[in-house]
Write a new protein. Structure first.
Length: 151
């Protein structure tokens, strides 16, 4: 998180600049800030507190990119609400990106284990011959430990 804040601090003048388009600012965010903040995310155990911190960080950066909004009723400038920021920034939020990145790396790791490993068979849904999965007589695994039913 500290590196992300430091990176954000380094490019804050670019993100606040009126000379750069919002599209270019989003590219700066995606190519510079997001990789720094998500480095090593495969090893994180994200708590709700850390998820909240990441969302707050993303909102701070988004507010810097999109700037203030004009109130439709009063015509005054105001800070954009989180919902408005999410609507403007159409990409998935940072927490979703980090979680999906971890899942994809795990799936890639499991895919390289080989077809004989149990975790691979669970991932692709192809049990070995003789396993009780989908047996014609019915039954089921109870809590993943005991087989209940015929057979």
């Amino acid at each position: 998180m500290r590196l992300g804040n430091a990176c954000n601090h380094l490019v804050q003048n670019l993100l606040s600049s009126r000379m750069l388009s919002k599209n270019l600012k989003l590219k700066i965010y995606r190519s510079i800030i997001l990789p720094v903040i998500s480095y090593g995310c495969e090893t994180w155990s994200l708590t709700l507190r850390e998820e909240r911190k990441l969302k707050v960080f993303e909102n701070v950066v988004s507010r810097r990119i999109f700037g203030p909004g004009r109130d439709e009723v009063t015509g005054k400038w105001r800070r954009l609400h989180n919902k408005e920021l999410n609507d403007l920034y159409s990409s998935p939020n940072i927490v979703w990106v980090i979680k999906s990145r971890r899942r994809m790396r795990w799936a890639g790791h499991v895919a390289h284990l080989g077809e004989e490993r149990g975790v691979y068979r669970v991932l692709v849904g192809k049990p070995k011959e003789g396993d009780h999965w989908g047996s014609p007589g019915g039954g089921m695994w109870v809590y993943g430990l005991d087989w209940v039913g015929p057979g």
